[in-house]
Design a protein around this ligand. Structure first.
Ligand code: FAD
Length: 425
């Protein structure tokens, strides 16, 4: 079947070849160029937050886990202190501040006109926080630091053993949904093979598991693709390690799970691709400010090219199949989905290797932003509705979303290298 991937990847065999050729031949080279630009290469992050779930004294001392923090001087002018508050946040954010002011006014001034009261009701109904899938934006500005992503690439760090196992376990066992034996019909029934961790789960919960598993695959592919290898001269170099890849994904080592995990990578790829396409009207109104007008307009142009290529890909994830049916039940399920994802963002503060924490946070934040885009209804890019109901994204969300998709795209590209290596090995 030519898989439409409407969240039901397990229901048909996915047309992986067309995704490979679209990704490797078309969108990946463009993304590489885009992500090398200043607007996307600097990510603001707090790597010092304490783990909120368990006492963690396993702060890792591995050399390859270290992250270089940017000094003020290396940042583009528009991202330096002072500059950034006024100009470098997106225009839409400024609008949001105005809305916040309006809301404050309407809560204290009881003599407000009917018009203002209506606006307040609209605001509370909309409540932007309801859409957010990540907990990261509440971080204290003072603890945030810029990291140059190009100088701190995601690769093998040697982070293994109980610490990462605890993270993955806690994500899968405590925060992914568990099958419930119910006599009620499944929410959106789809056939899932027996023995799968998805057995008995409704579509939405399977999507949740699959995006996490796809992200996990991507992280592990990156560490296989940029592993530490002997260079033949008694030193080491970075390169793809087929043995490591086989150990994690080949049927001989992990059985059919390996293929399923790779399919989940394609699944989360299509989900984020669709989020980019859906967010396109919003990006159209952004300035991508770094303080260098020429650079900013080139970045905008490049992103538009990426979005145009993405739009033309025929297989798009269809978010409209999710959270359908009884509205009360759909709302409850959406809230549950959001809460679980929220927890996953918080678990990233328990990752005991700074480099892994950086990329874990960025990718989870990007995925959360994709979910926010997908489940924001039809308000994206609309300027004909009151400000307080319009869709907004912060710069961090934009940077995280595009970089997170870039990571998935690079993983799919790396798979081709591994396939070629297998043919010749
Ligand atoms: P793990 O990858 O730790 O997996 C644990 C168990 O989960 C496996 O035994 C298997 O049962 C199951 N599992 C594995 N893959 C999947 C999947 N795709 N879907 C569902 N279940 C699965 N290491 C680096 O070298 N560089 C990094 O940049 C890096 N980033 C990380 C970021 C985060 C957020 C975390 C939590 C870990 C990171 N790690 C990184 C560590 C890496 O992911 C592995 O945990 C580590 O290499 C140990 O691997 P493992 O073979 O023991 O299995």
């Amino acid at each position: 079947c030519s898989c439409k991937l409407k969240g039901g990847l397990d229901d048909c065999s996915c047309d992986v070849e067309s995704i490979d050729s679209f990704n490797n031949g078309k969108i990946h080279p463009l993304l590489e160029e885009l992500l090398g630009r200043n607007y996307f290469r600097y990510f603001k992050v707090n790597l010092n937050k304490e783990c909120p779930f368990w006492y963690d004294d396993s702060k890792c001392a591995l050399k390859d886990c270290a992250v270089d923090i940017c000094t003020e001087e290396v940042l583009p002018e528009g991202m330096r202190n002072g500059h950034e508050i006024k100009k470098y946040m997106t225009d839409s954010l400024k609008e949001k501040e105005e809305c916040d002011e309006m809301m404050e006014l309407s809560t204290v001034d009881h003599t407000l006109s009917q018009e203002s009261k209506d606006a307040f009701v609209e605001w509370t109904e909309y409540d932007d926080s309801q859409l957010s899938f990540c907990v990261m934006d509440d971080e204290d500005e003072n603890d945030m630091q810029y990291v140059d992503l190009l100088l701190n690439p995601e690769r093998y760090t040697g982070y293994k053993g109980e610490s990462p196992h605890r993270i993955w376990r806690s994500i899968y066992e405590e925060n992914c949904f568990k099958p419930v034996q119910s006599t009620r019909p499944s929410y959106s029934p789809n056939i899932v093979s027996k023995g799968s961790p998805l057995e008995g789960l409704c579509l939405e919960k399977r999507v949740f598991y699959r995006v996490i598993s796809g992200l996990h695959s991507s992280i592990n592919i990156h560490l296989c693709a940029r592993h530490l290898l002997p260079d033949g001269w008694g030193r080491t170099k970075w390169g793809p390690k087929l043995e490591e890849f086989r150990k994690r994904f080949s049927p001989e080592s992990v059985g059919p799970q390996g293929t399923t995990r790779l399919k989940n990578l394609y699944f989360v790829y299509l989900l984020e691709l669709r989020a980019l396409v859906k967010a396109a009207p919003y990006f159209l109104n952004q300035t991508f400010y770094t303080g260098d007008q020429r650079e900013d307009s080139e970045v905008r142009q490049l992103l538009m090219e990426v979005l145009e290529v993405a739009r033309q890909f025929p297989y798009q994830f269809d978010e409209n199949t999710m959270f359908q049916g009884d509205p009360k039940e759909a709302r409850r399920l959406k809230e549950e989905f959001r809460q679980h994802f929220w927890n996953v963002t918080r678990i990233m503060d328990c990752v005991g290797c700074d480099k892994c924490r950086l990329w874990g946070k960025l990718q989870v934040h990007g995925l959360g932003t994709a979910l926010k885009v997908l489940f924001s209804g039809d308000i994206i890019g609309r300027t004909d509705i009151p400000h307080n109901r319009q869709f907004h994204m912060t710069r961090r969300e934009i940077v995280a979303l595009v970089n997170a998709f870039g990571r998935l795209s690079k993983s799919i590209r790396a798979l081709e290298d591994f396939k070629n290596m297998m043919k010749t090995s």
